[in-house]
Design a protein around this ligand. Structure first.
Ligand code: NOJ
Length: 612
């Protein structure tokens, strides 16, 4: 057993190269026997807000490239990039004008190629965002559709329809935009007359593609090949359940659940699309198109569906590799609720042979520190104004976010970390109205504050904004203002502070990768007091090193005892209001906060070596 517990946030080798610290013991081979995405730690990188290389106040690929060593040292396996394509930015890049290039504000295609190669050299995979439900009103196809007029082949790639009423002045149906207001906008025809309407489930600048059109299907298959061919390792599919529409475009009742009877959400036809995409991903995984990239390609769907059985239809051998786990993200900081979501997630995934994903935050939701610092710790997109009306206790939220990080990283499957989560950034709720940029804010007339508060540029160093986000020579301020109080949350400050969130994340990711238990079987729940979650993770093979007769002995490069390393790891998370005794254990690997003489304080998680 280890002679001393690894202190939370203990220093780790800062090398940019994972080779120097990857586990070399026998059990490392079990890790690599699986596809990389099955238990990867994936960093969600919101390019606009990560790091500004050229000083225009907006993050870019040069900024990312300069900070790849930071990401390598953090210990992640892959980066998911939010959209980086040419875009008028009506919805922060989710309105794409060209799916095969890079927006000039972010860089060039050559920069992307270099970034992919450099990330691969660090052992980091690249996942990009593809947005198939809608494009941009500046996409050449949309311009062509406007020019070609009603009934044209060009218009059939979108949803153009005459309006209702004698003069066609009413939208074709009652569908509402997810961002507020009607889902239809009327165009002016080439002759200046009021013309047809087109469908946009999001903003008017994001016209929906018609997935009944063969052109659309071929185009996106080609886009996938374009990026896989450049070495991209995975695709995150935006709004993945919305692509297919009932061509009759009937009115929808607000009570109609997503599913085959819904005119645009979770229709059965959508699965044909992903089956064809899976076949393409598999071609690249098996090297049919050469050896570009690091091997297996993966598809992850952004699928928000309330019905677990319907969600399950998206994943499996012939379809998507994984989907995001939004119920986990939405769940309050509550032991019974989280246990239910964890059980439901694992029950859903296990029969399909698909690994679970675990997500605490992303660019669409409030940051986790703020969520967990409120009296109501749940979250839902629809109720954001209510959540923003609640006071936030940042110290409490931070303590819980630390505990949640260790809980999440101990779960079997892959974990997504949204940039800034590793610094403990909070939701910036006091952005001046005139600086807000999210279309949700404008389209709801300010009723919904939108998502800008989770997208504020990262603080890297220094004691004043822009906190190293932009170079000293910058010509512009960061595109959203950073709170002055983030001076204690910069990367530089946290790297120098032993009990910082950053040091906790680095250490947790290192242990998660190094411990065979975390590469092993699904979890086993243990008895625990009310409000406490306790589960074991057991190394593959179950019996520890004796089963496979490892020749190695002593300690590996991480200082982890290779004989102990195959032991069961128990994760204990105390979500109750009182301290509880730690269960009997043979050692403490990591804790999210100080332990109290054998007690686990409230809102604290510990990783223990279980006693046998
Ligand atoms: C989901 C994305 O996560 C969100 O940011 C975007 O606004 C919508 N899809 C529309 O593309």
């Amino acid at each position: 057993m280890p002679s001393a517990p690894a202190p939370s946030g203990s220093p780790r080798p800062d090398s940019g190269s994972p080779d120097s610290w990857w586990p070399r013991a026998w059990w490392a081979r079990a890790w690599w026997a699986r596809a990389w995405w099955e238990r990867a730690a994936i960093y969600q990188l919101y390019v606009r807000s990560f790091a500004d290389g050229d000083g225009d106040g907006i993050g870019d690929l040069a900024g990312v490239r300069a900070h790849l060593p930071y990401l390598a040292a953090l210990g992640i396996d892959a980066i998911w990039f939010n959209p980086w394509y040419p875009s008028p930015m009506a919805d922060a890049g989710y309105d794409i004008a060209d799916y095969r290039s890079i927006d000039p504000v972010f860089g060039t295609l050559a920069d992307a190629d270099a970034l992919i190669a450099e990330a691969h050299a660090h052992g980091i995979r690249i996942i990009i965002d593809v947005v198939p439900n809608h494009g941009s009103d500046r996409h050449p196809w949309f311009a062509a559709a406007l020019a070609a007029g009603p009934g044209s082949a060009e218009r059939s790639r979108f949803w153009f329809r005459p309006g209702r009423g004698a003069d066609g002045s009413q939208p074709p149906n009652n569908w509402q935009s997810i961002f507020g207001g009607p889902a239809w906008t009327r165009v002016t025809e080439a002759d200046g007359s009021p013309g047809e309407w087109y469908l946009h489930l999001f903003t008017p600048e994001q016209p929906d593609f018609n997935w009944g059109s063969p052109d659309v299907r071929h185009e996106f298959e080609d886009v996938l090949r374009f990026w896989f061919g450049r070495g991209v390792d995975g695709i995150r599919i935006d709004s993945a359940a919305l692509l297919c529409k009932d061509a009759a475009l009937p009115d929808v009742a607000s009570t109609e659940p997503p599913g085959p009877a819904h005119p645009y959400s979770d229709r059965d036809e959508v699965h044909e699309v992903y089956q064809s995409w899976r076949a393409i991903a598999d071609e690249y995984s098996t090297g049919k198109h050469g050896t570009g990239g690091l091997g297996d390609r993966m598809l992850i769907g952004e699928v928000w569906l309330p019905d677990a059985a319907r969600l399950a239809r998206y994943v499996g051998p012939g379809e998507l590799h994984t989907v995001f786990n939004f119920p986990y993200l939405d769940c309050p900081w509550d032991a019974a609720g989280l246990r239910r979501v964890i059980d439901e997630t694992l029950a859903l995934n296990a029969p399909l042979g698909v690994p679970a994903t675990w997500v605490l935050s992303n660019h669409d939701v409030d940051r986790v520190v703020s969520r967990y610092g409120r009296a109501d710790t749940a979250f839902s997109l629809e109720r954001r104004p209510y959540f923003h009306s609640l006071p936030v206790d940042l110290a409490l939220g931070t303590r819980r976010a630390r505990a949640a990080a260790l809980l999440t990283m101990a779960l079997p499957g892959s974990v997504y970390i949204y940039q800034g989560e590793e610094l403990g950034l909070w939701e910036v709720q006091d952005i001046p109205d005139e600086l807000r940029q999210d279309p949700i804010w404008t389209r709801t007339g300010g009723a919904d504050p939108g998502r800008d508060g989770s997208r504020v540029p990262l603080p890297w160093s220094g004691t004043e904004p822009p906190f190293g986000f932009s170079p000293a020579s910058a010509s512009a301020e960061p595109w959203l203002p950073q709170p002055k109080d983030w001076r204690d949350l910069t990367v530089a400050a946290e790297a120098a502070t032993p009990d910082s969130m950053l040091r906790l994340y680095r250490e947790a990711l290192r242990v998660r990768r190094a411990e065979p238990a975390f590469a092993g079987t699904p979890l086993t729940w243990c008895e625990a007091p009310e409000g406490v979650l306790a589960f074991d993770r057991l190394a593959e093979g179950g019996e520890g090193p004796g089963a496979d007769g490892p020749e190695e002995s002593g300690h590996d490069a991480d200082g982890i005892d290779v004989n102990e390393a195959a032991a069961t790891v128990r994760c204990v998370a105390n979500l109750s209001a009182v301290s509880v005794p730690l269960p009997p254990h043979a050692g403490i690997l990591l804790a999210s906060g100080p332990l109290d003489d054998g007690l686990l304080p409230p809102d604290t998680t510990a990783w223990l070596y279980a006693t046998r």
